[in-house]
Structures are given as structure tokens and as C-alpha cells.
Design a protein around this ligand. Structure first.
Ligand code: PMP
Length: 286
């Protein structure tokens, strides 16, 4: 069934949504995006996603004058039009149509290209990954050094996921200068006793919205977080590991580079945090 998508102010069937071959997003990967999770037909962590979107746009000097209230209206309309209960809303803004291929930015006043669409994810709350946990391999972090900006330049993430799949595993962790930066599309954590260890925010990683919410919840539930980088060897000796992202919430990790963690089963801390996260996200959804 065809979705109704949003393109530059219009709500249209997906087959009719067309973008120029000169669009900067297509030619240069000059675009930012966000994915907001939808639970029970409602948006989770919406304010966080919109704040990060504004920051990504500012860092790249892309002008887009859609307000927070307008974003909310667009998201809600797409969710309603498509009857979405469980899944996400994908949002992408490019620097627009430059009229030709050119390294220089198009003139000021060139309108950005704005695209939003819904994606159903019927197994976001259950499924084999949640029950069995995921297995990860490590790969070098070959991305550029502004990973704090959520751009559509996702080729290395994509290649790493394919490498994980080829190795019979589920996902990849990026390693730089001997330390884990983050997962291919998530922030990652190890657990030692009652402490959660995760890399501090910097330009080296995406500032996960789920990560920020998890931090708030840990503070409320007296769970200690230590922000520091860790190595693969330390992860392999940890009690547990997990990752977070808007579409996976808190996902238990049961193997790192062939070494089983928490007896090869999802650990109790990851399981508890997943429950807390889903519960609170549901209550706060708008
Ligand atoms: N790091 C990377 C590289 C990601 O692609 C994502 C998912 N967009 C995350 C972290 C997690 O961010 P969030 O919790 O905002 O989905």
C-alpha cells in the first residue's frame, strides 16, 4: 500500500514525490536527518529530536524556517494519514536544488528540500533480537570527524552492517585509537557491577537522544553512569553490554568479537533499562 509522504509543503502519495537530480542531498550527501519513534501512534522524545535537528542545521548553515509547532503538525498528520501505530517518522532536509553540480553552496535563499515519511516497524517491541540479544563485531571507525552532526553520509555505517551480516553477526562497533566510539547506528555501553560505562559526548559520536533520555532515567532510578571510553578487551570482560537508539530503545548485546557476555543471554541491567525506557517513553509520548 502506498504511503502518504511529505515533500516541500505537500502531502502526496509516495510515487508522486520527486526530487531534482541536482539536489545537494543527492549529489553531495549535503543533508541532515532525524528519526522519531512512534509508539501507540504517538511521538517519543520529540523535543530532543527537534533540538538536535536545529543543531545539525546550524552546524552546516542550512536554512530551514519550519518551526517546532509546524514540525509537530507535519509529524502528527503523517502518522494519522498512514495509520501508523508502531514505527518511526523519517525526516530529511537537504541544502536544496543548486540547479547544477557545484562544490560551492547554492545562493542564499535557495529553498531546502524537506522530506518526511513514516516507516512501520511491527517488531520494534519484541522479536528475536530483543529475546536473544545481538552479536557485534568490531571494525575501524572510518567515518569523517563530525559525527555529532546527523548527516545522511551513512556509507561506512552501511558497509559495516554488511560486514557484520557477512560474518553471521547482527551489528558492528566502531573502534578508533583503540577505543570504541559507537555502534554503526547506535550508542553503546558496557555494564560492570551496578555501573554503566559509555563514551562521553564529543564530535566523535552522535549525541543520541535515547542516550540522553536513558541518562535521565538512570538518575531517577539511582543507576550509576561513568562517562569514559572503553576498549574491546574491556567490553569482552564486562558483565553486560547494550546499545541505544530511537528505533531499538535499549538493545542487549550478548557477544563482542566472538566472546560471549552475560552467559550469551541478555543481561538483567539491559533488560531492566529496556523496560524502564519503553515504559517512560510511552508515558511521555505526544
Ligand atoms: N549513533 C549513530 C551513529 C546513530 O546513527 C544513531 C541513530 N541515529 C545513534 C547513535 C543513536 O541516536 P538516537 O538515540 O538519537 O537514535
Amino acid at each position: 500500500m502506498s504511503r502518504i509522504v511529505y515533500l516541500n509543503g505537500e502531502y502526496i502519495p509516495e510515487e508522486e514525490a520527486k526530487v531534482s537530480i541536482f539536489d545537494r542531498g543527492f549529489v553531495m550527501g549535503d543533508a541532515v536527518y532525524e528519526v522519531t519513534c512512534v509508539l501507540d501512534g504517538k511521538l517519543t522524545d520529540f523535543e530532543g529530536h527537534m533540538a538536535r535537528l536545529a543543531r545539525s542545521l546550524k552546524e552546516l548553515a542550512i536554512t530551514c524556517d519550519i518551526s517546532r509547532d509546524e514540525w509537530l503538525e507535519i509529524h502528527r498528520k503523517l502518522v494519522a494519514e498512514n495509520g501508523l501505530e508502531l514505527g518511526g517518522v523519517y525526516l530529511q532536509i537537504t541544502r536544496g536544488n543548486a540547479g547544477d553540480r557545484d562544490f560551492h553552496y547554492p545562493p542564499a535563499g535557495t529553498p531546502p528540500t524537506v522530506v518526511l515519511y513514516t516507516q512501520e516497524q511491527p517488531h520494534m517491541l519484541d522479536g528475536p533480537k530483543v529475546e536473544k540479544g545481538v552479536k557485534v563485531i568490531s571494525v575501524p571507525d572510518l567515518r569523517w570527524h563530525r559525527r555529532d552532526i546527523k548527516t545522511v553520509q551513512l556509507l561506512w555505517a552501511s558497509m559495516s552492517k554488511m560486514a557484520a551480516e557477512a560474518a553471521g553477526k547482527d551489528d558492528a562497533w566502531f573502534v578508533e585509537d583503540g577505543f570504541v566510539t559507537e555502534g554503526s547506528s547506535n550508542n553503546c555501553y558496557i555494564v560492570k557491577g551496578n555501573t554503566i560505562i559509555t563514551r562521553p559526548l564529543s564530535n566523535d559520536i552522535l549525541h543520541g537522544i535515547t542516550r540522553a533520555s536513558l541518562f535521565r532515567m538512570c538518575a531517577e532510578h539511582q543507576i550509576k553512569i561513568e562517562e569514559r571510553a572503553f576498549t574491546i578487551a574491556e567490553a569482552q570482560e564486562a558483565d553486560e553490554a547494550f546499545y541505544t537508539s530511537a528505533s531499538a530503545f535499549v538493545m542487549p548485546i550478548v557477544e563482542v568479537d566472538g566472546v560471549a557476555l552475560s552467559g550469551g543471554k541478555p543481561g538483567p541491567v539491559a533488560k531492566r533499562l529496556r523496560e524502564i525506557y519503553i515504559d517512560e517513553a510511552r508515558k511521555a509520548a505526544i
